[in-house]
Design a protein around this ligand. Sequence first.
Ligand code: NCD
Length: 299
Amino acid sequence: MKHVLSVDQFSERDIDTIITCARGLRKMRHRELTGALTGKVLACVFYEPSTRTSASFIAAMTKLGGQVIPITQGVQFSSVAKGETLEDTVTTLGQYADAIVLRHPETGAVARAAEVSPVPVINAGDGTGEHPTQALLDLFTIHEEVDRPLADLTVALVGDLQNGRTIHSLAKLLARYKTRMLLVAPPALAMPESLVSRLVDAGSEVQEVSLEEAVEASDVVYMTRVQKERLANPADATAPFILTPELVERMRPESRILHPLPRLAEIPTSIDADPRAAYFRQVKNGLFVRMALLTLVLQ
Ligand code: NCD
């Protein structure tokens, strides 16, 4: 059984395997792909809104010749609306599906589901906890866009570092490679102390800086939105950090802008045409990385 719950479970070799597999799948033609997961069924169960994660898992499964049970349009149309527990829903879906992709608003809920699931469970985001498949596609994108070892890179993490699960997973993953990280967040949304200590203990240099300093010093500027729906105090949502065209001008030509999306005001659309804006290429990479993960989990 190969649940995908946290980036902590992957060895560096696992990560290399996933990246190599994703690169291979990207090169393959339609006909070569469709045999890979014929007859396999994936249940996609989302207790929270999603566009990219759900759509890319469905596209990945379909391209590999498998089928999907999509409970992505709102669990209000499933027995969850009747009060069914997460455990019972997952146990049930495990009778039909060969794997379950699960997103849930509660940190730890996906791990709880994995304990009772008869089939592998893939964490598609659990509250403010983790989003391991996003971190893998972020890492894949950094490899594709910046042709230097991760140990030599400086990555700026910008926005809601307290509640952003993509940030939490990516930071843990980068710390394994001792990547230098610059943190840019309003004080109310700073990265949890425990996570900062973990990154430092793993050997990463971590510094809190201003956005101006970060754009000039970073190889990758990873923007995120404020997770309004998760804030205990809605007043913390004010004044997001905005990557203005003036700030982008101060970035090096070979640096890159990433964002897990959805973006709100933090990246104006006028930046999209800049070659440094890599967030829609990052979206595309999500398809290949999720194809790789499904192949490795289901074959
Ligand atoms: C993120 C998420 O759901 O955590 N979206 C995604 O999966 N790409 C980021 C977010 O919601 O801000």
